[in-house]
Design a protein around this ligand. Structure first.
Ligand SMILES: Nc1ncnc2c1ncn2[C@@H]1O[C@H](COP(=O)(O)OP(=O)(O)OP(=O)(O)O)[C@@H](O)[C@H]1O
Length: 249
């Protein structure tokens, strides 16, 4: 079954038609890349899916239910979780504390003045579990602000996992990373998709990563869908080559 369906979705900002005629389906369990030149509408697409603003045309369906008018908070509750180009973690806290806050918030414990020892154990076990999944266990007691950019983004992934995402939207997850960090992040994305079964959409400019890990690729250009397919189909598509990859059609 399709987890996410966009029907003829468009978004206008005043006179600017940032997106138009976007119809796409993402299957449960899919790892989908969204690519396109600067200004193509990738971030706008993420903003629509995650409820930061509504489409001006068309409709969006998630898990069989309409979410076109959903707010970010309502959509997080449904399992649509997003990361941004800028890392969002508490830099003055340790990695463990960052994950603890995330787990407590996800469990609705953050506003309680007192947590029992039993619940505290559940929280700390979940913190360890998340750290293992993202492979940051060795740095649990490091202050987040002292970690490398790549490690900070890994912590951020751990934080969003605490919210039990059904659909994870990653905006340029490897931006600003060196080779080793990029390798760790792409491996993490692949493992979250294949081992944890999390459906993912990711915006990525590095074509080697896109072609290496995406099940399917959606290409946007100038606010419209230029192409959709697997890596082989997209690499061979003359319209993509002409408009995006810089080759003659
Ligand atoms: N809130 C907004 N108000 C007005 N215009 C906007 C807004 N958000 C995006 N746009 C415009 O919509 C178009 C698409 O922008 P968007 O950021 O979605 O592209 P992008 O593909 O994510 O680009 P990049 O790769 O540079 O991040 C651009 O012309 C942009 O200026």
């Amino acid at each position: 079954m399709s987890l996410l369906v966009l029907n003829d979705v468009g978004r206008r900002f005043g006179a600017l038609q940032a997106l138009s005629g976007i119809s796409l389906s993402v299957e449960a369990g899919e790892l989908r890349a969204i690519i396109g030149p600067n200004g193509a509408g990738k971030t706008t697409l993420f903003n629509l899916i995650s409820g930061y603003f509504p489409p001006t045309d068309g409709s969006i369906v998630f898990g069989g239910e309409p979410i076109t008018a959903g707010t970010p908070t309502a959509l997080v509750k449904r399992g649509i979780i997003r990361t941004f180009q800028i890392t969002e973690i508490f830099l003055s806290l340790t990695v463990r504390e960052n994950l603890r806050v995330a787990v407590e918030t996800a469990m609705g414990l953050n506003l309680r003045p007192w947590i029992s020892a039993a619940v505290r154990t559940v929280v700390m076990n979940q913190v360890e579990n998340l750290a293992e999944i993202v492979r940051i266990t060795a740095k649990l007691d490091r202050v987040a602000g002292e970690l490398s950019h790549g490690d900070q983004r890994v912590v951020e992934i751990g934080i969003v996992l605490a919210k039990s995402p059904k659909l994870l939207l990653l905006d340029e997850p490897t931006a600003g990373m060196g080779d080793e960090e990029t390798h760790h992040m792409t491996d993490l994305i692949r493992r979250l998709n294949k081992d944890q079964g999390i459906t993912m959409l990711f915006v990525e400019h590095d074509m080697a990563i896109v072609f290496g890990i995406a099940d399917r690729i959606t290409v946007l250009d100038n606010g419209r869908m230029l192409a959709e397919g697997n890596a082989t189909e997209i690499a061979a598509n003359p319209r993509v080559q002409a408009a995006y990859l810089g080759h003659a059609a």
